[in-house]
Design a protein around this ligand. Structure first.
Ligand code: PGA
Length: 246
């Protein structure tokens, strides 16, 4: 039986504030916590609240360590669409976190085995992730763990699903610029986090969320595996819960 906690909130702003509050509690409760962070449209509002609360002196990031879920393969850090750039723009450049305490898979390194092996070892060395923030893809992916025949245990290089490439296209000028591969934490890596917070906003995510919570636990809908984790909180806005009772 799942111990998942699911909270329905009114809208995106309420979701962002609630998510930021959970991260804030972690930061205040453990000033050297390891936060697993996510990119994409969903967490930007959350990061905005964290920035504000740090500016107001409520939060202190000076001892916080972060590990991001994923990064495109073959993209330079200087590329505005890299997840490295995203994190700087949305959070790191605006809070008192130490750059050397922020980790993202190195998308510029072509040797995928090396990147993934080192990233997995790094997470273990840091003592594991205290709180992992997740979004959910329209196809149910978490990180860049796309629907597959089996769950990937550790960090690995993935071929992105066509739907993911299409969803990401909005950020790139030309379709051919959208990366086709990424380095991502594996399902095992994510499941080893002590706590998980998944954010789901908007109608486009409703089906994936429903399947994750109510469908079979299957690698074909990667987020469904979270039902096997002992400490998962899901925050979903009303649009994302439309037609669902849970
Ligand atoms: P999004 O992506 O927040 O941009 O919708 C979430 C995801 O694909 O995991």
């Amino acid at each position: 039986m799942t111990t998942m906690k699911i909270y329905k909130v009114t809208d995106y702003d309420a979701l962002s504030k609630r998510a930021a509050s959970m991260l804030a509690a972690q930061i205040i409760g453990k000033p050297d916590a390891v936060l697993g962070l996510a990119t994409g449209s969903t967490p930007t509002g959350t990061y905005q609240y964290l920035r504000t609360w740090q500016r107001e002196g409520i939060l202190d990031f000076s001892g916080i360590r972060t590990v991001n879920l994923d990064e495109y393969r073959g993209i330079a850090r200087t590329n505005a669409q890299s997840y490295y750039a995203f994190m700087r723009e949305n959070l790191f450049d605006h809070v008192n976190i130490k750059e050397e305490n922020t980790y993202i898979p190195n998308g510029e390194e072509a040797d995928g085995d090396k990147v993934c092996r080192e990233y997995e070892a790094l997470i273990r060395r840091l003592g594991g992730v205290d709180l992992q923030l997740l979004g959910i893809g329209q196809n149910g992916h978490i990180g860049f763990n796309e629907p597959a025949e089996s769950f990937a245990e550790a960090c690995h290089c993935v071929d992105l699903a066509r739907s993911t490439i299409e969803a990401n296209q909005r950020f790139f000028e030309r379709a051919e610029d959208v990366p086709r591969q990424a380095y991502t934490m594996g399902i095992g890596t994510i499941m080893r986090a002590k706590k998980i917070l998944l954010l789901a906003s908007g109608r486009e995510k409703a089906k994936a969320l429903y399947q994750a919570v109510c469908g079979p636990i299957s690698p074909k809908l990667p987020a469904s595996v979270l039902r096997l984790h002992p400490d998962v909180t899901i925050l979903a806005d009303e649009e994302c819960c439309a037609g669902m009772e849970f």
